[in-house]
Write a protein that binds this ligand. Structure first.
Ligand SMILES: Nc1ncnc2c1ncn2[C@@H]1O[C@H](COP(=O)(O)OP(=O)(O)O)[C@@H](O)[C@H]1O
Ligand SMILES: [Mg+2]
Length: 224
């Protein structure tokens, strides 16, 4: 396995808006090693979401190179990019993005639909993950019957369902009160201790302070 799970080399992303070009990311270099937990911080408009879209293979850079697990993914077409995304990346969202009609276990199983597991294997895996995130007493609840912190636990379990190489979290504590946010941060730490590689985009200085490395974004540029 390559030492760096993520390597961005001179990466830029430009958006054309009529006559003007928005330079959302400019000449970004970044390396994240296997097992690291890093934060990307910066004010609104600094390029954090654009950066996450690149890291998560949701979009392609205009210039530069993205090596994910040693493979250059910067030039892949949409189909190949989505294959890489489904097999290598787990996403944790600020607003959880759960499916309201599905219960906890079924929500966790969603990424497994594409994996070709049997129903039984998929159920076993979801139950284990629910337990790992502390939801063993909420297995059959639907999202509306859960607190914010519990919903985010479902989101985190789902992000790990397909055993991704890299977890990307977008403001994972952004919708939570400070006590619940601290619990969720502790859970992310716990996953990190178990070997997960995490990149957390956050406004929250508390979250940043608890990561091993913090990058700061400003006007599309990344600094330490
Ligand atoms: N799809 C888009 N088209 C045009 N401009 C965009 C698009 N997405 C983001 N931008 C611009 O790129 C810059 C960075 O935005 P974004 O990555 O969303 O920042 P952040 O997440 O840090 O708030 C902003 O100036 C924003 O207006
Ligand atoms: Mg954003």
């Amino acid at each position: 396995m390559p030492e760096n799970i993520v390597e961005l080399q001179n990466l830029s992303k430009f958006y054309r808006m009529g006559d003007t070009t928005v330079k959302a990311l400019q000449n970004v270099d970044m390396a994240v090693r296997s097992g690291e937990m890093v934060a990307v911080m910066g004010p609104s408009g600094s390029g954090k979401s654009t950066m996450l879209n690149m890291l998560g293979c949701l979009d392609r850079p205009t210039e530069g190179c993205y090596l994910l697990d040693g493979h250059d993914v910067s030039g892949l077409d949409d189909n190949r990019l989505s294959e890489v995304r489904c097999s290598k990346i787990g996403f944790i969202f600020q607003s959880y993005n759960l499916i309201a009609q599905l219960n906890v276990v079924e929500n966790i199983e969603v990424p497994l639909f594409y994996k070709g597991l049997s129903e039984r294997e998929s159920r076993e895996r979801a139950l284990k993950l629910a337990e790992l995130v502390g939801l063993e007493k909420r297995l059959w609840h639907q999202p509306l019957q859960l607190s914010g912190g519990e919903r985010q636990r479902v989101g985190i379990a789902r992000s790990m369902a397909s055993d991704p190489l890299l977890l990307l979290a977008d403001e994972p504590t952004g919708n939570l009160d400070s006590k619940t946010g601290a619990d969720i941060l502790a859970l992310l730490h716990d996953l990190h201790q178990r070997g997960a590689t995490l990149i957390v985009v956050t406004h929250d200085a508390e979250v940043g302070a608890q990561c091993q490395k913090t990058f700061h974004m400003s006007d599309g540029r990344l600094g330490a």
